[in-house]
Design a protein around this ligand. Structure first.
Ligand SMILES: Cc1cc2nc3c(=O)[nH]c(=O)nc-3n(C[C@H](O)[C@H](O)[C@H](O)COP(=O)(O)OP(=O)(O)OC[C@H]3O[C@@H](n4cnc5c(N)ncnc54)[C@H](O)[C@@H]3O)c2cc1C
Length: 513
């Protein structure tokens, strides 16, 4: 069968695209996903997302050794299933800051300013179900009060405009269970006969004929097969796999492709460049509370969750968030604090050993950039992911990260949170000069799992795709996922990715008219 459209990847963007493009009942849409159906029970239990780390639902990437972080490699989880990373994320629902989208316009993304994107984000408010987390620990409210005393507070919500302050997070949770874009958009759309989904099938390369994308070659449960698309192919494989797929298909820097023995289809030097993520150093404090999420899986809490879908297991763990500016001269926040009522150990790969609170200190407007590249042309080999943490020449990110950790300490020392804190465990009170503190930060820094920017919007000299999300130099090929962001939004990007995909479906449908 010849399809009208092939969508590669069923994550946040792929779920939205599949729904929108199949909604008229006429377009024949094929959605290809490398992972399987979301069957792991920890997908559905909000606090269970870290249990998916390094499971078969995770791409389980590692970065290259990071020169800015004492040569450590950093674990990078990405969802590999229908629902993608939206089915393993921390569920925080956030639009982004108006300044983010103004910066998109300044970098060449015409038509992506706040006035253009905010009406779509507002419309998605009813589609992407979310609410303020009703199961947050009492200490999360103490964190909000303490952070507001230090930072101030710009209003009742962080969505819909400018923001600075602290809030209990709004989450995509319904009746105590994850309610991701898989549930809100893909699941209902799967009933349509004109939408076909293939799982456990990874797209290896695009089929490009005379400068036009006409199909894909994929490999997996059904063997190595190809599929054709009459109207085009849309890449929604995320910020790591979308550039890797373009490179395998001969779209990228010409010289690099030739060295890998890949035939060049289209020279596009920005593919895989400009990788951005939000670095985070976790500060951990011992507490006198005896009901932190160290005991989230106690028989009492399990019983409560099974029968009432409430309690710690119904919470998203990253319960409260705060945004601040490291300097009053900035027009938007560049620091985020994330409060979790438990001891965060080794990216949550280890269970809490003591009763503690964690405050993640993150950079949300980092200056450093990394890249995604291929090591070989073979799909089985993980792409090389250089996060580029703390590599900006001016040392801006190092300075801001130090400010972020000092802010986390200040909030922990502030009433009413301080009444429950019994000492700092990490970075540790001994890390009291800048060099010692930065050494400790490098020892435990991770990212907030928000890779973006590797196929950014921009003209052909600056980016990979046009403002209408079409790949420069290759017809009938669109990209609509986190990779297109010229600048990663200041906060949690899932809703912005859904917005990008909703717009992509409009652009693609307009072209077909
Ligand atoms: C642990 C974690 C916590 C997070 N917390 C939050 C949060 O609280 N709030 C928030 O806003 N954001 C959060 N994020 C980020 C957010 O989930 C992502 O930004 C968003 O899901 C990205 O959407 P995407 O469509 O670009 O990619 P993804 O959702 O990652 O989807 C890509 C899909 O493509 C598939 N795929 C890849 N390659 C191929 C191929 N070759 N062939 C076929 N299929 C392929 C993948 O398996 C995957 O299903 C978090 C992410 C993680 C991992």
């Amino acid at each position: 069968m010849i399809n009208d459209y092939i969508i590669v990847g069923a994550g946040t963007a792929g779920c939205m695209l599949a729904d929108r493009l199949s909604a008229n009942g006429k377009n024949r849409v094929l959605l290809v996903e490398a992972g399987g159906k979301p069957r792991n029970p920890f997908i559905h239990i909000p606090a269970g997302f870290a249990k998916l780390f390094k499971s078969s639902s995770d791409w389980n990437y590692d970065s290259t050794p990071q020169c800015g972080t004492s040569q450590r490699t950093i674990y990078i989880p990405r969802g590999k299933m229908l629902g993608g990373s939206a089915n393993m994320n921390a569920l925080i629902h956030q639009w982004g800051h108006p300044a983010d989208f103004e910066e998109w316009v300044n970098s060449g993304a015409t038509g992506w300013g706040w006035d253009s994107v905010s009406p779509i984000l507002r419309k998605l408010e009813t589609e992407l179900e979310h609410d303020v987390n009703p199961n947050a620990h009492s200490a999360a409210s103490d964190f909000v009060d303490a952070a507001r005393a230090v930072i101030g507070n710009s209003g009742s919500t962080y969505n819909g405009g400018d923001y600075e302050g602290a809030w209990i997070a709004q989450c995509n949770i319904r009746k105590g269970k994850r309610h991701s874009i898989f549930h809100s958009h893909l699941k209902p759309a799967l009933k349509r006969q004109n939408l076909v989904t293939l799982t456990h099938m990874a797209v290896e390369t695009l089929i490009i004929e005379q400068g036009k994308a006409v199909g894909v070659i994929m490999n997996g449960a059904q063997g190595r097969i190809s599929a054709l698309a009459r109207a085009g192919v849309i890449l929604a494989a995320g910020a790591i796999e979308t550039p890797a797929l373009l490179l395998r298909s001969g779209i990228g820097d010409g010289e690099t492709l030739q060295k890998l023995g890949i035939e060049v289809e289209c020279v596009s030097p920005h593919v895989g460049q400009h990788l951005q993520d939000h670095p985070m150093a976790v500060t951990v404090f011992a507490t006198n509370h005896a009901d932190t999420y160290k005991t989230a899986e106690s028989p009492k809490n399990l019983f409560k969750y099974i029968f009432t879908k409430t309690g710690p297991l119904a919470s998203n763990a990253a319960e409260a968030i705060a945004f601040a500016r490291s300097s009053p001269t900035l027009n938007a926040p560049d620091i985020e604090l994330i409060f979790a009522p438990f001891e965060w150990r080794e990216q949550a790969l280890q269970p809490p050993a003591i009763h503690g609170f964690s405050i993640g200190a993150g950079l949300i407007a980092p200056a450093s950039r990394g890249s995604v590249s291929l090591v070989t042309r073979h799909v089985q080999v993980q792409p090389k992911i250089d996060l580029g943490l703390f590599t900006d020449r001016e040392g801006h990110d190092r300075k801001t990260m130090l400010a972020a950790v000092l802010l986390a300490r200040k909030v922990a020392a502030q009433s009413p949170l301080n009444a429950h804190i019994e000492g700092e465990l990490s970075p540790g009170e001994r890390a009291n000069d800048y060099d010692a503190l930065f050494t400790e930060i490098c020892r435990n820094v991770q990212t907030i799992y928000h890779p973006a920017g590797t196929c950014r919007i921009g003209d052909a000299t600056q980016g990979v795709i046009s403002s209408k999300l079409k790949v420069h130099g290759c017809d009938k090929l669109w990209i609509a996922d986190a990779s297109v962001m010229p600048r990663l939004v200041r906060g949690h990007p899932n809703a912005a990715v859904a917005m990008i995909a909703a717009r992509a479906a409009e652009f693609i449908s307009d072209e077909a008219r």
